[in-house]
Ligand binder design. Sequence first.
Ligand SMILES: *Cc1c(COP(=O)(O)O)cnc(C)c1O
Length: 416
Amino acid sequence: MEKGGEMKKWKFQGNKNLTIASNITVRGVLNMVMDNVNSHDDVIALGHGDPSHYPCFRTSPLAEDAVVKTLRSSKFNCYGPTVGILSARKAVSEYLSRDLPHKLSPEDVFLTLGCTQAIEVVIDALACPGANILLPRPGFPYYEARCAYSGLEYRHFDLVPENGWEVDLDAVKALADDNTVALVIVNPGNPCGSVYSYEHLEKVAKTARKLGIVVITDEVYGHLAFGSKAFVPMAVFANIVPVLTLGSISKRWVVPGWRLGWLAANDHHGILEKSGLVESFKGFLNISSDPATFVQGAVPEILENTRDEFFSNTVKVLGKVADICYEKLKEIPSITCPHKPEGSMFVMVKLNMSLLKDIQDDTDFCMKLAKEENLVVLPGMAVGLNNWVRITFALEAPLLEQGLERIKAFCKRHGV
Ligand SMILES: *Cc1c(COP(=O)(O)O)cnc(C)c1O
């Protein structure tokens, strides 16, 4: 009731599509779990993947200096072109081409606000009436959220834990129809910590070719592989199928707050160009905002000159904490880890519900864990797998060990 006693009828309201789409994001679910912790002082966060706070994951001084230098040069206080400044596009094309049998040109690369905006660009560009896209389960739910918002139908194919979380290619073939336009893979994998072999990626490429669809490869964890398999970029198979590579400096350089990502079109036969997709990418970028120009200005220095020791040290630290995580989890009977993580910052583990009393499901597990132990992990339902949990191991080793001890104590207390 307003002043004067009369009810005024206002004509505006919030867009409900945004609420619906945002409910299925990792951040949305983590906030819900976080609301259950007892004391905010002593929380151990094994839920989200941002290790930039920990000294052992501090970015390379070269990257910090590069940004300071471009900022102080006063040459990058301007607006940039909507597709990104040329020197940065060139640097990204050369960076990606190092691992490819072909050479990308700067015109194949579009700079985005993190890998997040690269996802928005491709989903929106593909969202034509009636079209559908194939997404992995478990997956990175931002894809689902963005599809829901943009009205692109999505269908899930399973990743198979017993096969190192490889794509179930028979499921892909069974799901696809005349309106299927693309397939998404995340490699190295979030949430599974998987790294795909050359052979598997080749099979994915051949399957997509048969179906006449484009492969979108989320390689935001590119090169963060510490198991037996080396990271192979999907674009190695761009002679078989057109490949859209999404990436950013957020994870490999541990600077997610810098918001610098890219989308690269590996288009050997001009198929993406002819389809109008490349035109749509430019259209999207014309009606959205760009990464800060001074960060773009630092990209050539960052991509060309970051020392190998920085990369190898990050991979070494991740490998060590992944080992600790895997070994510690073995001590907990009610949790099974079907596949040792080989890359990224995450592992998916299965809850053996029959060994847990007074726990309803994965969400209940995470809520009670937050309340009783001040520890946050992500319920599997947020990434598409009920009664699983995603654990981040990208922490300082002692803190990770302490966190896993808390999970162990919790499971023991709630064990049958
Ligand atoms: C973190 C992440 C992103 C987003 O990357 P930003 O560069 O921070 O926007 C995209 N995809 C996956 C799989 C991620 O884990």
